[in-house]
Design a protein around this ligand. Structure first.
Ligand code: ADP
Ligand code: GLC
Length: 487
């Protein structure tokens, strides 16, 4: 390896193809792949070795077995395995007590109670692995609250360690609402000093806030769209941390996520019953029929299909959707939903589905192949989010020629451009206020162009030609890395 390579340690709590609950996994799998194609960069990527990873039976090799982590109360053992992804290696931190569980973060009833210990353990273990393997990082890039706490260890546990003396850091916020809040006692349980429990450090309204470690101690902060980087500095979107973010606004950046155009390609996607392209749409009709039959809706139905693929979480706007359903179904449309997550949203959706069985298809599951069929087989894709740091599903639907109808917030605003029938420009439809009227009026605008040329062809062409490839975003990250590293 070239001595002058930029060495970057990259930590995330989910990553395709190993473990996924949402968009973080897509980003944490694709960004290193595209970064690793840039010259002069050496990456060491870390992920917990979850049961979900074990169950996939992917080829992994042992790196080191039975390392001891200096952990309060006892020494805790862990081992390190490596998975060779495309262009980079993922180092898997294995401790079965913490990670051999049914889910990554918690059951549908709620989070695992020891999530603080679990992800602190993961973060601290990665620092030990870097030392053990002699990987002296120029920069540590960590994502979301689960790995944010690494910056507290770096600042307080390793502050005098020459190994990390020249290490600078970047913290990426994918979702400010998930902060990792734990009782005060967590500090002693994860080996951090009590004095961090003050509002200038990790205290947040009587709790310890892991995310704050990233926001306060990292050399710079980034988030996943330019609009969200502005929004989070306001009380409406700041989740109580807007003051902290405003103080650091000179080192807060917004880099729009990309999507992996190789993995997500209607021309080649093996999950689809028929492939298609911007030159030949016929396969999209086949996908439509298969989708309708999967949802037990009449395959000959000719109404526009509105698709949704989403975590079932407050953020995603299901309360607004449910409130708007009567109005939506006054229009001649079908709605198809795939989602999993919070139990109360699942129940709510099941109830409304009973009422609208002939118009509303619902599956409560996490199913990547079915998700792809929805992106391909639908005509429109609805994202009524309350807030959306970036959002990838609008990008996937665009890629599959399915027209997004989105609330104008965060990355949705940065990636969906309202269609203008005069100039035939734009790739979707947006609404401003979190209200039924606004949602339904965007839906009306969208449906008014359904299969009407020249509008429909223009819309679909523009959708499929939109460019959200990772190359662009990866080079923005690389530029930022270079700006941050210490000479
Ligand atoms: P978030 O990360 O907030 O959930 P994103 O739009 O960034 O939202 O990413 C969501 C990702 O998760 C997409 O890849 C989407 O296809 C996938 N996804 C969400 N729900 C499901 C599901 N029920 N089944 C399969 N994939 C899903
Ligand atoms: C988060 C956000 C989503 C974003 C994803 C990847 O889960 O909710 O908007 O696209 O992270 O950055």
């Amino acid at each position: 390896m070239n001595q002058n390579n930029l060495k970057v340690a990259f930590l995330a709590s989910e990553m395709i193809p190993l473990a996924k609950t949402g968009g973080l996994a897509d980003v944490a799998g694709a960004l290193p792949k595209y970064l690793s194609r840039q010259p002069g960069l050496e990456l060491m990527v870390f992920l917990p070795f979850y049961r979900e990873v074990m169950k996939k039976n992917l080829p992994v090799e042992t790196v080191v077995e039975k390392l001891n982590l200096d952990w309060p109360g006892s020494e805790k053992e862990f081992s390190v395995f490596v998975y060779r992804a495309e262009g980079f290696k993922v180092y898997l931190i294995k401790n079965d007590f913490y990670f051999d569980r049914d889910y990554l973060y918690g059951t549908p009833q709620g989070d695992y109670e020891d999530n603080g210990e679990r992800f602190a353990f993961f973060s601290l273990a990665t620092l030990q692995v870097m030392k053990q393997l002699g990987f002296q990082p120029d920069l540590i890039h960590a994502h979301d609250w689960q790995s944010a706490i690494i910056f507290a260890y770096l600042k307080h546990t390793y502050q005098n360690d020459p190994f990390f003396e020249k290490t600078s850091s970047l913290f990426t916020v994918h979702n400010l609402a998930y902060q990792g809040l734990f009782p005060r006692e967590i500090l002693s349980r994860i080996g951090l000093p009590e004095y961090l429990f003050n509002p200038e450090d990790l205290e947040f309204y009587g709790k310890v806030n892991f995310l704050k470690a990233g926001l306060l101690y990292a050399s710079a902060i980034s988030t996943v769209s330019p609009t969200y980087s502005q929004e989070i500095q306001t009380p409406e979107f700041g989740c109580g941390l807007e003051g902290v973010l405003r103080k650091r606004s000179n080192c807060l950046f917004g880099i729009l996520n990309g999507i992996d155009y190789v993995e997500w390609n209607p021309e080649t996607d093996p999950a689809l019953p028929a492939n298609y392209s911007v030159r030949d749409w016929s396969g999209k009709k086949v996908c439509r029929r298969v989708l309708l039959s999967r949802y037990q809706l009449p395959v000959e139905a000719n109404q526009p299909i509105i698709g949704m693929v989403s975590r079932l979480a407050g953020q995603k706007g299901f309360d607004l959707l449910v409130e708007s359903l009567e109005d939506i179904f006054k229009r001649d449309v079908l709605l198809i939903i795939l989602g999993t997550g919070e139990e109360k949203i699942q129940e709510l959706l099941k109830q409304v589905q009973q009422k609208h069985q002939d118009r509303l298809g619902l599956k409560i599951a996490f199913d990547d192949r079915l998700a792809r069929l929805i992106y391909a087989g639908s005509d429109y894709f609805l994202i009524p989010s309350r807030y959306e740091p970036c959002g990838l599903t609008q990008m996937y639907s665009l890629r599959y020629g399915t027209i997004p109808i989105v609330r104008s917030t965060g990355g949705l605003k940065d990636s969906v451009v309202e269609f203008d029938p005069q100039t035939l420009t734009g790739n979707g439809f947006r609404f401003e206020r979190y209200q039924t009227n606004d949602l339904v009026s965007a839906l009306d605008r969208a449906v008014s162009f359904y299969e009407k040329d020249p509008y429909w062809s223009a819309l679909k062409q523009q959708a499929m030609k939109a460019d959200f490839s990772w190359e662009k975003s990866a080079s923005s990250y690389l530029e930022l890395y270079h700006k941050l590293v210490k000479p």
